[in-house]
Each structure stands twice: as C-alpha cells, then as structure tokens.
Design a protein around this ligand. Structure first.
Ligand code: ZN
Length: 470
C-alpha cells in the first residue's frame, strides 16, 4: 500500500501595529486592559457611520508583499464578509476577496497565495452565565496571509510561521506575539496516497509554534487512522487542545459562498499607482535590509549559523553588533567580539541599561586589548564585569584591578623558574617523557602570577628551561 503524503496550507492572521484602527480614529491598542476604552461609533458598528481606510495599514501590507517578492496590487477594493457573531455587531467583517493587496511571493521556501487586509473582531469574555464583549480589539487592522498547499511536514509549517513573525518585526509591521494572539495560525491539512488532494480539515487557534507542529502531527496521524480503518473524513473546522495534544471537531466548514461577499459600497475603490508613496517602486525602495540578506552578509563575515540567528532576530544585539563590534572588518576582532558579546554579555542576562555602558567604543577597546594579548581571557572577563557594573574605560579598569597581562621576558622567566623549582614531581615526569604535564605547569604559573602572565609565552619559556636542563 502506498504511503500517505500530508499536504498543508497555512492561513496566518497578524495584527498590524498602527497608531489608529483600520477604519476609524480610535487608538489601535488591543492590549488595553480597561474594556471598551478605545471605541467610537465606527468600530462599535453603529448604523450610518462611514469607514475611512487606514493608509498606514495598507502600506504595511504592501511592504510585506514587496519583501516576499509578491505582486503588489494596482487596483484594490474591500468587501463585506457577512456572518453573525456577538463580537461582530455590524453583521459583517470588512475584508478583501477578489482584489487582495498582494498576490504571490515566497517566504522560507513556501509559495504564498495572497496577503489581504481586514479588520479584527471584538473579544468575548465569559463570566459564569454572563458574556461580555470588549471592543478595544474591534477594527484593529489585521493582515491575512494564505500559502499554497505546498507544505508536507509540521517542521516546515512552524518554520514558515517563525520566518513570518521575524519579517513582521523586521518591517515594524507588527509584534506578532503568538501567545498574545497578535499572530494566529490556522492549518489546512489533508492526506493522500495518490498525489491528489484529500479531504481537508482546518485546525484553528494555534497560538504557539510548538502547537502548530503538534496539531499538524496529531491531525495527520488521525486522518490516516480514519482512512485506514475504512472511515471517511469530513471537511470541518477543528480546534486544538494543548493539554491533550489532540484536535477536536468544532463545526462544519462554511464555504466562501456562505459569507455572501460583496464590495463594500461605503469604501472607495483604489488605484494605488495614483498615490505616489503607495506605488510598487516607492514601496520596494522603503524596505530595510531583510532577514535573508542579513544572514548572507553575516555569513560572509565568518559568523556561525547560531550566532547569525541571534543577530537577525534580537534587535538590541543586532544594533550593538552593527555599531560597536562591526567597526572593524578584522576577522579576529569580529570573532572575539561576537564570542564575548553573546556568551559573556547576552548569555549572562545583562540588562539594556547595562549594555549602554559598553557603548561608545568601550566594548571595542576591551576586545582590542584581549586580541592584542594585553589581557588574558580571565582578565578580559574581569574587566568586562566591572565595565558592565560601573562603566568607564577598559584600559583604566584593567590597570586599576591589575588585570594587565605581563609579557615582559623577565617576568615570564621568573615565573617559569618558580614553577619548576616548586613542582619537582611533575618536572621529573615531564623529563621522563610525559610532556602532557606541561599544561599543568602552565596552570601553576597562571596561579603563581595571579593570571597576569600570557599562557602561550609561559608555555614556551617553561619548555625552553625544561629542555635546556636535560
Ligand atoms: Zn473606532
């Protein structure tokens, strides 16, 4: 029997970060905790009100489209998607059906069908027998991206969602925190043995990357099991229970005919090329460096893949790396700088206020001293610790706390002599051929000098003295 191939398409909603809502002047702040604070007759759905399209939201969707190499619309319009729900007082949601802002494009190797703009709904809160509706989120601009059904495993699906989140953040289009519902993933899943598309189910409300993977894995296995035991699948919407890791039936899927879409008569049609700043050329020219281009540039500097991902996704460290480390293209300085920055600064949970003390060349000067051998790696860490706490100049701190490495030959000769005379047993082991003890002797010298001796120079001097005496 032929194996089953899963086929997955994604529909991802992301709230856009704009000053005001999609069709009115109410503040766009869906995290506002006081219910019904940012509301007006338009987003409350009062009859007779007129929506006005938010230009910033349109711009952000077009920028997303340009970033994934999609075709930006010249002509666009908004439609009414009719359905009743307590969190949708108008009885319809303003969305886009025939003329989305973006068609096509590719992200993380996955082909995108379209990106369109719509409005978010209000939120219902259930308290015992009573349900309350909070309209702070009603009318918040919502981007919907739909992929082609070209994904065949759970990992690729979650990776696509991660890359979309990164792109939204890079473009400043949204925060896209999944746990806060700022980005919501739905997966259309089917399995088939013969290359055609099987009956699909839509799993909704996946609110973490982990849930995306678990829900897809469960649903694929469930569908195969139903088919294998002679059953038939129904096209339906399913939820995902994070506790049990299982999907469950919610309702039969509405076809788009059921929504009786029609163009919203209250919103003008747009020919975007007539608006200079919304033309495809202006939009493309406005894009910052995109994550993929940044990855390529960092790789060409010799950075490791894991380090590249940190600098691509963590904006604070990305900015610090660009302005405080990448001031020289000397590979040794970059490599040492990256190591200290990611391990000793980021890795030890340094706050953003503390990072400020490393700016204006302080961090670069510290790295310079380490690379030149003026500080041992222990000494470097000690100076860094003081620098993070108190600020100041690395050279001054190093001499104040006695961290400067002494490379003078007198000093090294003296330390080597002291080590040899006080370690008779290891010394005779070395002379009988167990040259591995050299490392131990170097360690003793580091202790003796309180970390001030350059270990490479000490190792050479120890060998010279030990070999000369035999
Ligand atoms: Zn409003």
């Amino acid at each position: 029997m032929a194996a089953y191939t899963p086929t997955i398409g994604l529909e991802i909603h992301a709230e856009l970060k704009t000053e005001t809502k999609m069709f009115c002047g109410s503040r766009n702040d869906p995290l506002e905790e006081r219910p019904n604070t940012h509301v007006c007759p338009i987003c409350l759905g009062h009859p007779g009100t007129l929506p006005v399209v938010n230009r910033a939201a349109v711009t952000q969707v077009l920028r997303m489209g340009a970033a994934i190499g999609g075709t930006l619309a010249d002509y666009t319009e908004f439609d009414r998607k009719n359905y009743f729900y307590p969190d949708l007082p108008k009885g319809y949601q303003i969305s886009q059906l025939e003329y989305p802002l973006v068609k096509g494009g590719t992200l993380a190797g996955v082909q995108v069908t379209r990106i369109h703009l719509e409005e978010d709904t209000a939120t219902s809160r259930h308290q015992g027998a009573v349900s309350l509706v909070d309209f702070n989120r009603a009318g918040v601009p919502l981007m919907e991206l739909v992929t082609e059904p070209v994904i065949h495993d759970a990992k690729t699906a979650s990776n696509f969602a991660r890359e979309l989140q990164l792109l939204l953040r890079t473009l400043g289009a949204g925060d896209a925190n999944m746990e806060r519902g700022e980005m919501r993933v739905e997966a259309n899943i089917s399995v088939s043995q013969d290359g055609t598309l099987g009956t699909k189910t839509e799993v909704k409300n996946l609110n973490s990357f982990r849930s995306v993977e678990r829900a897809i894995e469960f649903e694929v296995a469930r569908q195969i099991q139903v088919l294998e035991s002679g059953g038939t699948l129904v096209q339906e919407t399913r939820g995902f229970n994070e506790e049990t890791g299982q999907t469950f039936s919610q309702r039969l899927k509405e076809s788009s005919d059921g929504y009786r879409y029609f163009p919203d008569p209250d919103i003008p049609k747009f020919k975007l090329s007539l608006l200079a700043e919304l033309s495809a050329d202006s939009i493309r020219a406005s894009l910052p460096e995109l994550p993929e281009a940044r990855r390529t540039r960092y790789a060409s500097l010799g950075l490791k893949a894991a380090d590249i991902e940190v600098f691509v996704s963590d904006t604070v460290y990305q900015e610090f790396f660009e302005t405080e480390v990448l001031i020289s293209y000397e590979p040794k300085l970059i490599q040492t700088g990256v190591n200290y920055l990611l391990t000793d600064v980021r890795g030890s949970g340094v706050t953003s206020a503390e990072i400020e003390k490393l700016r204006n060349g302080a961090f670069a000067s510290l790295i310079g001293m380490i690379v030149k051998g003026e500080l041992s790696s222990r000494g470097g860490k000690d100076v860094l610790e003081v620098l993070i706490k108190e600020g100041g100049q690395p050279t001054e701190i190093a001499s104040r706390i006695g961290a400067i490495q002494d490379s003078s030959s007198d000093f090294i000769t003296r330390i080597a002599e002291a080590v040899i005379s006080s370690n008779t047993n290891p010394v005779s082991e070395y002379r009988s051929g167990k040259t591995d003890v050299l490392k131990f002797l170097v360690g003793q010298g580091m202790k003796e000098s309180r970390g001030k001796v350059n270990p490479e120079l000490l190792s050479k001097e120890l060998q010279r003295q030990l070999d000369a005496a035999t």
